[in-house]
Design a protein around this ligand. Structure first.
Ligand SMILES: [Zn+2]
Ligand SMILES: [Zn+2]
Length: 298
């Protein structure tokens, strides 16, 4: 008996759906759509509507925790990636991600090269007594970043180790020198003109390079690209191409939104080296919190 009633219900339901197809309003499967005000592809779970077809500005995803409507998702200008030292750095794009791999070998002279290397020079600015031990050797760094990085809801402090990859291929460090040690003037006096030295994970930079004739590649008091940080935002020198001067609208991380020499007029968020001394006469490359979401540099 139960089976007969069930069959009957199924039949009636089938008839209904056939009938509804012949109506002016064709049969459709209504889905719940969530507002995507900031256009990041993630919808706001608090603002939804049901519809057969996707309403403009709505998506099926409902996982956006910050659908603020203010989107900073402008793609990083591709020409900026041309600035990276192609002998050391391999850049590969895959959809909305870019992977940067580097062997860590910078394309400039340094007393940290082995003395047999053609790029070896005697110290120009480094105090030989303060130079960290070891010689530049091949490493293997890799990081995958969004091609259109966005500012996160909260900032993130950087830690010990690589916080970015410079255009030379060597990693960028912050103002930390060990698990419990910050940079000191003593340590910095052992840096080469590039603002770099050796550490347990290889050659890396902490500070802006020095204005010496030997420096032909690295940013000093200019608008050159320095590298890319682990949240996917570019780091430029102390000056900005948009104004040919020191930017005056930087946030606490040294970032602002403007065009650069790579963006053909398009404004996008990027960092600058903050134009102030960190210790002594040394200017740190980046010592603030990241405004985006950091990705692991392996
Ligand atoms: Zn260091
Ligand atoms: Zn700028």
């Amino acid at each position: 008996m139960k089976y007969i009633i069930f069959s009957l219900l199924v039949t009636i339901a089938a008839m209904f759906s056939i009938t509804s197809c012949s109506d002016d309003d064709p049969a459709c499967t209504e889905l719940t759509w969530y507002e995507d005000a900031d256009g990041d592809g993630l919808g706001n779970p608090d603002v939804s509507q049901s519809a057969c077809e996707q309403p403009s500005g709505y998506v099926t995803d409902s996982s956006d925790t910050d659908d603020s409507g203010i989107s900073s998702a402008v793609s990083t200008p591709v020409s900026a990636f041309d600035e990276f030292n192609s002998d050391a750095v391999t850049i590969s794009f895959d959809g909305s991600e870019v992977t940067i791999e580097s062997n860590g070998l910078p394309n400039h002279t340094s007393p940290f090269w082995d003395s047999n290397n053609s790029l070896y020079i005697d110290p120009v600015v480094a105090d030989p007594n303060q130079m960290s031990p070891g010689a530049i050797g091949e490493r293997n760094f890799s990081v995958t970043l969004p091609t259109a990085p966005e500012k996160a809801a909260t900032t993130t402090a950087t830690g010990l180790g690589s916080i970015g990859i410079s255009v030379t291929g060597a990693p960028i460090f912050n103002g930390q020198e060990g698990p419990t040690a910050d940079l000191s003037e003593n340590i910095a006096s052992g840096f080469d003109y590039a603002g770099g030295h050796m550490g347990p994970t290889g050659y890396h930079y902490h500070t802006e390079s020095v204005d010496v004739p030997e420096n032909t590649t690295l940013s000093f008091d200019d608008e050159k690209l320095v590298g890319i940080l682990s949240d996917g935002f570019l780091l430029y020198g102390r000056k900005c191409n948009a104004t040919d001067d020191y930017p005056t609208d930087l946030d606490e991380s040294g970032g602002h939104t403007s065009s650069t020499q790579h963006s053909d007029g398009t404004e996008f968020y990027h960092y600058h080296i903050i134009n102030e001394y960190y210790i002594g006469s040394y200017i740190l490359l980046f010592g603030a919190d990241l405004q985006g979401t950091p990705n692991r540099i392996m």
